[in-house]
Design a protein around this ligand. Structure first.
Ligand SMILES: NC(=O)c1ccc[n+]([C@@H]2O[C@H](COP(=O)([O-])OP(=O)(O)OC[C@H]3O[C@@H](n4cnc5c(N)ncnc54)[C@H](O)[C@@H]3O)[C@@H](O)[C@H]2O)c1
Ligand SMILES: [Fe+2]
Length: 369
């Protein structure tokens, strides 16, 4: 028994972003553009913003967006009576825009109520069009926003059916300027979504299919992309794979890799994709014996004759792009392992195929010394 649901319309193609100002979804609306200062400076983005003639442009979002970013944006959207939000950026921008567009339709001014204090959104949101400029998070199609409540030192995803964007506009040319390290970490974040959607206890056949195809595309093309970051065809492949991986995990949800990523980002400031890639090989080794041959099936679909050779390729992809492979590489004091173990106990572990124990987590982090 399973359900598949995705209400977001998907528009994909090189150059498609430039057609957005003339689309019927946009014309005649009070548009607010949400982005980041570095992305706003990209020539194409500037041109499209000018054509959109927005009522406001908000570009004050930091990577790993904070609950305060959401509160500020939501107040602005309310004040400007925005009717449509166009979010142009990496997962950080998209997540902040999705959460703020819902908060703006409530009488509340603090997303914390919904992020960590149990309140749920009633119906109502400002529609959001997502335009990803990284190829990784899949946030363009997920009902999820990951927010960092700095005062509580609590980074966690929140989810609501109201977070589904109305449309995603995926133009891989926007990712041409992404430097190698971010290219690597975001692509491995996408790979982790494929893995986690596939091994989640809530996995289902449509998502399984998309997960395997996303994994194949990423592991076949990423190494080549490192050698030619300006290759638009390879950029298109990875953007497509990130989209598939996003669709593949948005219902089954993530598991151990993402649970472990939260303290790595909260405490030690690893970017999200690097934090996911950090425990990836160890997580695969831990889960494989508990998946009744499904991990072997996944590796085969990804183009490998064994799980071990797939793991080896992941390590090469991490090393050759400068991602941290040990605690020392990541600048983490080995004495912090107990803290990492404690803070990796996140509810996402409930989706993991193997019941995760403290000993498992110690083994994972100890192996990274
Ligand atoms: N909503 C979801 O389903 C979901 C899934 C996974 C991760 N996330 C969250 O998304 C966030 C990470 O998003 P991300 O990995 O896309 O990174 P990001 O949005 O934080 O961006 C990373 C860096 O890349 C830069 N950048 C973005 N686009 C660029 C471009 N085209 N050219 C040059 N530089 C560019 C940004 O300025 C930033 O410095 C984290 O908070 C993570 O927890 C959300
Ligand atoms: Fe992720």
């Amino acid at each position: 028994m399973w359900t598949f649901h995705l209400p977001t319309k998907i528009n994909f193609g090189r150059g498609i972003f430039q057609t957005l100002p003339k689309s019927s979804e946009v014309l005649g609306r009070r548009v607010a553009v949400v982005t980041e200062s570095t992305i706003r400076k990209l020539e194409t983005v500037q041109t499209v913003i000018d054509s959109l003639n927005p009522v406001t442009v908000f570009d004050q979002i930091r990577p790993n967006p904070t609950t305060k970013n959401v509160d500020t944006l939501s107040e602005l959207l309310r004040g400007e009576k925005a009717e449509l939000v166009i979010a142009v950026g990496g997962g950080s921008v998209l997540d902040c825009a999705k959460a703020a567009s819902c908060l703006a339709m409530t009488n509340d001014s603090n997303i914390r109520l919904y992020h960590s204090e149990g309140k749920t959104f009633a119906d109502g949101r400002i529609p959001v069009i997502t335009v990803p400029t990284t190829a990784g998070t899949g946030s363009e199609v997920t009902p999820i926003a990951v927010l960092d409540d700095e005062e509580k030192c609590f980074k966690s995803p929140m989810s609501s059916h109201l977070f589904y964007p109305v449309s995603a506009v995926i133009d891989s040319d926007l990712t041409l300027s992404v430097p190698i390290r971010v290219t690597a970490s975001t692509a491995l974040d996408a790979f982790s979504h494929a893995l986690e959607g596939f091994w989640s206890k809530n996995h289902q056949p449509v998502c399984d299919l998309l997960a395997k195809e996303a994994a194949r595309i990423i592991l076949t093309n990423l190494g080549n992309l490192y050698k030619n970051l300006a290759d638009p065809v390879l950029r298109g492949q990875i953007a497509y794979a990130a989209l598939l991986a996003g669709i593949a995990f948005q219902m089954p949800k993530n598991a151990i890799i993402h649970a472990c990523s939260f303290p790595l980002s909260n405490r030690f400031h690893l970017p999200h994709g690097e934090a996911c890639a950090f425990t990836m090989e160890a997580a695969i080794r831990l889960n494989t014996p508990f998946m009744e041959g499904r991990m072997e099936e996944f590796a085969l679909a990804a183009g490998f004759n064994s799980v071990t050779s797939m793991i080896d390729t992941i390590t090469v992809l991490k090393r050759s792009s400068g991602l941290p492979c040990t605690l020392r590489d990541a600048g983490i004091d080995p004495d912090s392992v107990a803290l990492l173990v404690k803070e990796s106990f996140h509810p996402l572990l409930n989706n993991n195929p193997k019941t995760v124990t403290e000993t498992d987590l110690y083994r994972i982090y100890d192996d990274l010394r």
